[in-house]
Design a protein around this ligand. Structure first.
Ligand code: GRF
Length: 201
């Protein structure tokens, strides 16, 4: 499968995919481009070090959010992906984008959805006093972190946890979960039936 990965930050999920692809000739996917909503981020450096094409589509360069959404969809479409992986991408993908890529866009979220959706899932779980949290890999739909769940991983919350410490522990699980899911979707194919994601064993 051809993957376009969207990032907004450090890109360690992207790096995990790059490493898995480099390590396993039978992984079943290749990253054909990396896109971002901002420049000057480590995620783009990682892509350039891997020799991958990159693109940056900034909201402020467009006179509406819808125009940005369309521009992002076109920038992605230029690389003809089979799957779009939103790995730490911090913008909501809108109608224009989903018109083309719904059902083919996977997101990873650092909480156990439906708990703690949105931009501060780790902070919210910690503040709530959750005893366990974790990460969710799901297909993107037109809500915020509401699409069909593909896989989840559980991480214990420790009494002395800070947001950063907890997020780092979550990211260790998240990277493995994302690599496993993307490989299975790419190799085995899948079907989405309502809220169920069916991947042949
Ligand atoms: C990940 O935990 C992702 O779920 C969240 O932000 C983090 C991004 O990490 N949205 P990275 O950019 O992949 O290192």
């Amino acid at each position: 499968a051809r993957l376009v990965v969207l990032v907004s930050g450090s890109g360690t999920n992207l790096q995990a995919l790059l490493d898995a692809i480099a390590a396993d000739p039978d992984y079943g996917a290749t990253i054909v481009a990396v896109g971002a909503d901002r420049d000057g981020i480590a995620g783009l450096d990682r892509a350039e070090r891997a020799g991958l094409p990159t693109f940056v589509v900034k909201v402020k360069d467009y006179d509406s959010r819808a125009a940005w959404d369309l521009a992002l969809a076109e920038a992605v479409a230029a690389h003809a992906p089979d799957l779009v992986i939103s790995a730490g991408f911090m913008k909501i993908l809108g109608t224009e984008f989903l018109a083309r890529y719904a059902g083919r866009t996977v997101n990873t979220h650092p909480a156990l959805l439906p708990s703690f959706p949105g931009t501060h899932g780790v902070r919210d779980a910690l503040a709530y006093g959750a005893k366990v949290t974790g990460c969710t890999v799901h297909f993107v739909d037109d809500g915020v972190d509401t699409g069909p769940v593909i896989a989840q991983g559980v991480v214990e919350v420790r009494p002395d946890d800070t947001e950063e410490a907890l997020h780092e522990r979550i990211k260790e699980v998240e990277r493995r979960l994302l690599v496993d899911v993307v490989g299975r979707l790419s190799r085995d194919g899948y079907r989405i039936e309502g809220r169920k994601v069916l991947i042949p064993a």
